[in-house]
Design a protein around this ligand. Structure first.
Ligand code: C5J
Length: 221
């Protein structure tokens, strides 16, 4: 049994369980000026705080040969998978599909859709394009996890209260034991990050657990 010291209590990975790392949306569209996060009026520099920690966690998971899944939020170039409601939100000068300084905003394959170089996926790691906030909605994530007999998920990335939390809730409803890595997830709103950490682990871990990168790597040994 692997035990990770966590909140609200120890997180256990039994001998017959398998754990994977999920890195949500560490793409230029959320991290850099000119991307989707920026056009919505956010201070994108806030998200840089987790890049070194996430790099450490990725290295630790790679050295333990854990399955690693990266996601990117993005839409088909013809926007056929983007609801009008999503395009209309924000009421900024630019919206999803418009040309920005990182290419067309939130469109698959555009420069802005690329994962930041510090956290670039290695060969063999799976990149899941996702049209929604949750990584299970309209994607192959669930069958790919099932193929690998994954039962437990380490969840990281941006932004904590949007795509990260949505994914954790989707995973929880599908029976995965989820741990949100506190210093490997970030938000444009520090208070929303804090609230998310508290709400997922409240009520005896109603959505799952939280722990730091150090605690995760110590527990995984
Ligand atoms: C947002 C995300 N915030 N990756 N996407 O629109 O959290």
């Amino acid at each position: 049994m692997t035990i990770i010291s966590a909140q609200p209590y120890d997180y256990e990975l039994p001998e017959d369980g398998n754990i994977a790392l999920i890195v949500i949306d560490m793409q230029r569209d959320f991290m850099e000026l000119g991307g989707f996060g920026d056009i919505l009026g956010n201070d994108v520099s806030l998200l840089q705080a987790i890049v070194p920690t996430l790099k450490t966690l990725l290295a630790g998971c790679r050295s333990r040969n854990l399955p690693i899944f990266h996601t990117t939020e993005g839409h088909q170039p013809d926007l056929s998978d983007c609801p009008d409601s999503k395009r209309k939100r924000g009421k900024g000068k630019l919206t999803i599909g418009d040309a920005g300084s990182l290419g067309r905003i939130l469109i698959l394959g555009e420069p802005g859709n690329g994962i930041i170089p510090e956290l670039a996926p290695l060969p063999g790691e799976i990149v899941i394009p996702k049209p929604g906030k949750g990584a299970f909605y309209n994607t192959d994530l669930e069958p790919l996890l099932k193929e690998r007999n994954v039962t437990h998920l380490l969840i990281t990335g941006v932004t904590t209260e949007v795509c990260v939390q949505t994914t954790m809730r989707e995973a929880n409803d599908r029976g995965y034991e989820c741990l949100l890595v506190e210093d490997a997830t970030e938000s444009y709103f520090p208070e929303f990050k804090q609230a998310t950490l508290e709400m997922v682990r409240a009520q005896g871990g109603i959505v799952g657990w939280t722990a730091t990168t150090d605690q995760v790597l110590q527990g995984l040994q």
